[in-house]
Design a protein around this ligand. Sequence first.
Ligand code: C2E
Ligand code: MG
Ligand code: MG
Length: 604
Amino acid sequence: MPVAKSDKQAEKLIRDVGHFLALGVDPAKYIADLFDVLPVLVSVMDEQGKVIVASPQHLRLSGVPSSLKSINTVAELFPAYVAERFDLPLPQAIIKRSIDRWDLSVQHKDGEVYVYDIMHRVVEQKGSDKKLILTVGVDVTSRRRADEQAINEHKSQLSYMSFHDPLTGLANRSLFYDRMHKSLSRAKRSKSNIALMLIDLDRFKNINDSLGHDAGDFFLKHIAQRLADNLRDTDTVARLGGDEFVVVLENIVQAQDIENIASKLLDSLAAPLEIQNHEIACTASIGVSLFPKDGDSIDQLLKHADLAMLRAKTLGNNRAQFYAKAMTDNAVNYLLLENDLRKAIEADDLTLHYQPQVNLRTGKISGVEALVRWQHKDRGMISPGEFIPLAEETGLIEPLGAWVLHHACERFQAWLIQGINFGRIAVNLSPRQFRQDNFERSVVHTLFETRLPPEYLELEITESSAMENAAETVEVLNCLAEAGLSLAIDDFGTGYSSLAYLKRFPINKLKIDRSFINDIDSNDADAAIAKSIIDLAHNMSLRVVAEGVERSSQSRWLIDRSCDEVQGFYYARPMPEEDLMALIEDDKRAIKRDSGIRLLLSQQ
Ligand code: C2E
Ligand code: MG
Ligand code: MG
């Protein structure tokens, strides 16, 4: 089919021919001369629709093999539907309604439908009061098809965008709900199981905060790819927002299958990725809920998977956890308390109490242990035994631990300036705090900020957390020891120490756990354990402290076995700073005596 190169060409043609017609040239003659060179339909008719001239292309439109002789009116020149379309004969429609351009679709004999861009111009001929109607038509079939295709593509792109996450290309929340609805009805019909896995990256915020959002986006894209690579095409994987993804697994037969998939996903997600010349790794925590066991609605399944996922984070990240009913029972209380604790840290509602440690040989205070307290507005004083584990699980231990360390060092330095020297301040570390990246550096920084010389600070780490990853512990402790601090193993005897490692730890002290001291004077087994710990410490040139001394008989026993130091209610309870200061004043007068040994609660 002949095609005009452009609309412009056809527009120019209708203008020029129109111009000549207006000058009074004979259309039959003039236009007939152009038939061979014009790649368009051209015709001229009068106001009544009588065709004066038509190009062969135009004649062919009628579908009848025809010549101008057999065609008299415009109605014959155009397909029949045209008159209906304008509900007026075409010449009248053109003149009365100023119709000057429209699209004409015609089915040709080969069966193909062609589209023409039809243009009309009404010309008043010079020297005549009659009007002529000039028509030019351009075949725009392929152009219209291309437009249609573009529109369809655009439409499908719009629908793609409303169901997919633009960053990762994964299904978005709407598509997830849609697919999940379908999965649930299938599973209900076939009485099969579905597993819903909620995946949340661990500490993803660090990547965003330290490397910027572009790096964060880059990371998320790769994570999405890894998820998709490790699942079947039939599984749904969606991004719910931020660093949270969800996977739906249908037709689950046994829990083991889910565990296998979860561990495959965890391994693949944990592999490091190179971003801005850094090798960055970020693990994930997965919570799993099952249909029908854990719920029969999408929201319920999501909620339960979320609780399980939080539990997985609590247990130390990089793991998958199945939902259990107990999680719902605890969750509300837990969440309330967590929220309060977060606020307490910000609002400085925490305080430190100090418990003296006494040197059994000199009877003087050889150190004080800083013990954190939380004054809760409704619940009163909450003991660390209750909120430290919560802080550990939620990660709040990091700001909390930093707060304790800073305040302990600051207070001790303030006392030193006042001429009060208790020897040393002991600060407890929780395992998570101890395993924080660059922990050593943050301790040194705190000492620098508070101007406390390192020899006055003692860090206590519990036996179980020291042994949890003993090789790593050796490294961290070495750095701390090099910085000049002293180190103590707390609650000794309650964990499972590897003596090989204990020997390698650069520590100064063992603190015998209170549970062995309780009945030390009446229970032979406890006495034997306490005695062995004292001997072990001395053989390793470590000092040994007995915790939880409440009676003079315990104290007597410890003195006889050459224990170095004691800490317990018998000597002093943990107390606020004012009481500690008052104690010093009192002690200048009152002296506590014990079995012939002068136990002075005074400074070194
Ligand atoms: P811990 O480090 O073994 O601290 C000694 C605990 O024993 C303190 O309990 C103290 O009040 C208690 N205690 C001392 N003498 C006696 C006694 O004669 N009899 C009895 N029955 N108890 C005695 P507290 O203050 O409730 O702290 C409990 C634990 O909480 C601490 O055990 C420590 O593991 C942890 N904790 C306290 N403060 C902090 C902190 O700032 N950071 C971290 N990570 N943990 C802390
Ligand atoms: Mg302690
Ligand atoms: Mg202890």
